[in-house]
Design a protein around this ligand. Structure first.
Ligand code: HEM
Length: 343
């Protein structure tokens, strides 16, 4: 009996030691010291400083848009991995495999819908994020480089959307991608190479789908996640978010700081949960489009690019294609406007 009790105690101690090696700090840190240890011992959270300027926690400063973008990228990774188990990246089988996902796989329709709506929402959220960064003057020194990193991130998100758009290989996807690759062919310098790599001519070749698939599921996600880590690290190095102030207000040399755990963490997790719940509800009721199988011999009239390229497609009607795909977007991406109200 005594032997049994001492065995139980040894087992309990071993379990406790295992638990402590996984969670070295209490999961609900109560003291200041434990909060700092909690932050440092967590792989993701240790990117953050222990405390941030109190004013940066005001929701209407950042609108939580960067965090929402990060949440959507995570949801994209999770749903994309699930889709990969069934999807077949060949022109002959792609369309049928998408139909299998939505008609035969449990929750397949929901997972596909989530992947579709999160991808579109990500573009909208990023546009809003860029606007908020712009209007708070957060693209000035020392944050110019992070603005450039942001632009590369945005381009990658568009590339991820475009490469994913082709994968169902339906009429909608086939002809939209044909239009866009033709548009990209007009970019000075690299246009010809891009056009050949992506599709080569009026018809998409048999190599186009596997190429888009590899870019969409391997190259772009790896680069995107790496660059996001860099983006977050640069925010920390720049001393946190910008706190805009009127030029008449004095500079606050010693702003009040409050601990990231729990104050910022609770806000970020709540925003992520509300956003996730919203896209799940949207995806339950709204299906991602899927038209008839791709038919290279029959183009629909009109052929439409995805909505985020619709502006470029419209421009093609009015100006020379080279101007539409290079000069005008470059003017749009130029962020050199004076903004004195920085914190
Ligand atoms: C996948 C894409 C992106 C993710 C996940 C992301 C995430 C974030 C997060 C979490 C923040 C801090 C909090 C916030 O502002 O909400 C932030 C700040 C910032 N982002 Fe992004 N971002 C992305 C794309 C972009 C783009 C497209 C731009 C601009 C072209 C950009 C420029 C900036 C800048 C300059 C800051 C610092 C703002 C400041 O210091 O006040 N980001 N981003």
């Amino acid at each position: 009996m005594t032997r049994q009790t001492s065995l139980d105690t040894t087992d309990a101690n071993a379990l406790l030691r295992l638990w402590r090696s996984v969670f070295p700090v209490p999961l609900r840190p109560r003291t200041e010291k434990d909060r700092k240890r909690f932050l440092r011992s967590n792989l993701i959270l240790h990117f953050r400083p222990p405390a941030v300027k109190e004013k940066t926690l005001t929701f209407t400063l950042s609108w939580g848009l960067g965090g929402m973008a990060a949440t959507l990228v995570l949801l994209q990774m999770a749903t994309g991995i699930l889709l990969k188990f069934i999807y077949v990246p060949t022109p002959v089988d792609a369309y049928a495999s998408v139909q299998t996902i939505i008609t035969q796989v449990p929750f397949g329709r929901l997972v596909r819908n989530l992947h579709h709506w999160c991808a579109n929402l990500l573009v909208v959220i990023l546009m809003l994020h860029m606007l908020r960064v712009f209007f708070t003057g957060a693209f000035h020194s020392p944050r110019q480089f992070n603005w450039i990193i942001g632009l590369v991130l945005f381009t990658m998100v568009l590339a991820a959307n475009l490469s994913g758009y082709l994968l169902p290989y339906d009429q909608l996807a086939y002809w939209a991608v044909t239009v866009i690759t033709a548009m990209l062919g007009y970019i000075p310098g690299i246009g010809g190479w891009l056009h050949r790599a992506l599709g080569n001519g009026a018809e998409l070749g048999p190599q186009t789908l596997p190429f888009f698939y590899s870019m969409h599921t391997a190259v772009i996600p790896v680069l995107l996640v790496g660059l996001m880590g860099f983006h977050f690290w640069r925010i920390r190095k720049a001393g946190g978010l910008v706190v805009p102030r009127k030029s008449s207000e004095p500079m606050d040399e010693m702003p009040t700081r409050i601990p990231v755990v729990p104050h910022l963490l609770v806000r970020e997790v709540s925003t992520a949960l509300v956003l996730t719940a919203t896209v799940v509800v949207l995806s339950i009721f709204l299906d991602a489009p899927l038209s008839t199988p791709a038919n290279p011999g029959l183009s629909p009239n009109p052929v439409r690019a995805p909505w985020y390229f619709a502006g470029l497609q419209e421009l093609l009607l009015h100006v020379h294609p080279a101007v539409a795909v290079s000069v005008i977007p470059l003017l749009y991406g130029d962020g050199h406007h004076p903004c004195p109200d920085r914190g």
